[in-house]
Design a protein around this ligand. Structure first.
Ligand code: NAP
Length: 357
């Protein structure tokens, strides 16, 4: 069945989602939202960077898009920094009976752990419209859910689980959001948004708590740790120039503690050059990035996932993979019962149909 789909935004992730929607034979692109005045009125093919004319023009008219009565919206607009507006946009579709898959509001990757102010209105909108909402990405998302479930499924007993993103962000073009919120290029004494108390726990801790819940493990506490590494010489990378003495790598984790020891850890090591932070973990085989799950147990299991091994570099691959986590769930979201669903509520194979044509 061909699903009628709207793409909402054409930013870093949205541009790739849009390209998938244009190219996939099992979806029909029927609408496109853009907020930037420079994009409004332009053809979806052009905004996706494709040499095709789709006849679908970008608009900022939310009511007109809702009135299209599409099967699904792929929502990839910036949400964390404009929560009320993004909630209103998503809820308008859900209330009208249009399903939403997306990458925005990373807290909803583990919806049962999300704060009530976010979860309740969106759950109500799903109930009002009989619709479904699914939010995911690569990290948080895939690395802390599907990848972990795959590793745990071949372990007889698990004593500790560590999920890592170890990524060189040197080629990542996102100074405004990642650069600012991670504190790259800043003085080490500066506290970026990510390191404000509770932020890591809400963004990555939700998957720690969700996994503990799934495993039936009672955690004593969920705690955060973070550290920075400063450049000793100037570093030029895609998102910025880092002067000596400024932050060029960060390492942070959220740990679920039982009996005084971490049993579920979600950790990031992000550098702006491979020369940064030589004592911190690196991806295997000299690669620039990895999403890794390590299960201590009987047997221990380790899975190293590398996105962007083909046409894209690893950062581009991560963004495309994030778009794919949403786009690949369109059909399943259309068939799922009403409500907010998570990766643990669907079969891993639900992300697969329609992918090879
Ligand atoms: N879990 C993961 O692995 C993962 C990875 C990457 C991103 N994400 C999430 O996915 C979402 C999209 O990320 P992204 O990197 O694609 O974001 P982005 O490029 O920074 O922004 C996406 C779009 O948001 C739209 N927008 C609307 N109002 C805006 C405003 N007031 N200020 C800024 N942008 C506004 C713009 O849309 P127009 O194009 O319409 O003008 C922009 O292109 C975010 O919520 C992010 O947290 C998750």
């Amino acid at each position: 069945m061909t699903r009628r789909v709207i793409q909402f935004s054409t930013g870093n992730v949205g541009e790739h989602a849009l390209r998938m929607l244009i190219e996939r034979p099992d979806v029909e692109l029927v609408g496109l939202h853009a907020s930037s005045p420079a994009k409004i009125g332009r053809d979806a093919g052009e905004l996706a960077g494709l040499d095709v004319t789709t006849g679908v023009l970008a608009t900022d008219d939310l009511d007109a898009l809702v009135a299209l009565n599409a099967d699904c919206v792929v929502y990839t607009s910036q949400a964390e920094t404009r929560a009320q507006e993004a909630m209103a946009e998503i809820a308008a579709f859900l209330r009208a009976g249009t399903n939403v898959v997306g990458t925005s509001f990373v807290w909803l990757v583990a919806p049962d752990q999300a704060d009530e102010w976010l979860r309740e209105p969106l759950a109500q909108a799903c109930a009002d419209g009989g619709s479904t909402l699914y939010i995911n990405g690569v990290d948080p998302g895939f690395s802390g859910d599907t990848l972990v479930y795959a590793a745990l499924s071949v372990s007889g007993r698990a004593t500790a689980i560590t999920v890592q993103e170890v990524f060189d962000y040197g080629s990542y073009d996102d100074a405004e959001f990642t650069g600012v919120s991670f504190g790259f290029g800043e003085d080490p004494g500066h506290t970026p948004i990510l390191f404000l108390p509770g932020v890591l726990s809400s963004m990555w801790g939700a998957q720690v708590r969700d996994l503990a819940d799934l495993l039936g493990v009672e955690l004593d506490e969920v705690r955060e740790r973070h550290e920075t590494w400063v450049a000793d010489e100037p570093i030029d990378c895609t998102m910025m120039r880092v002067e000596p003495g400024k932050v060029a790598a960060i390492r942070f984790a959220v740990e679920g503690i039982r009996d005084g020891a971490p049993v579920i850890t979600m950790e990031h090591v992000n550098r702006l050059t491979e020369a940064a932070a030589p004592d911190w973990p690196f991806p295997p085989e000299g690669r620039p990035g990895v999403h890794r799950v390590k299960v201590d147990g009987d047997p221990g299991v380790e899975i190293n996932a590398h996105v962007g091994t083909d046409v894209a570099d690893h950062n581009q691959g991560g963004v495309i993979a994030t778009a794919a986590r949403a786009v690949n769930m369109i059909n399943a979201a259309c068939e799922a019962p009403s409500g907010i669903v998570a990766a643990r509520d669907v079969a891993p194979s639900d992300h697969v149909p329609g992918l090879m044509w």
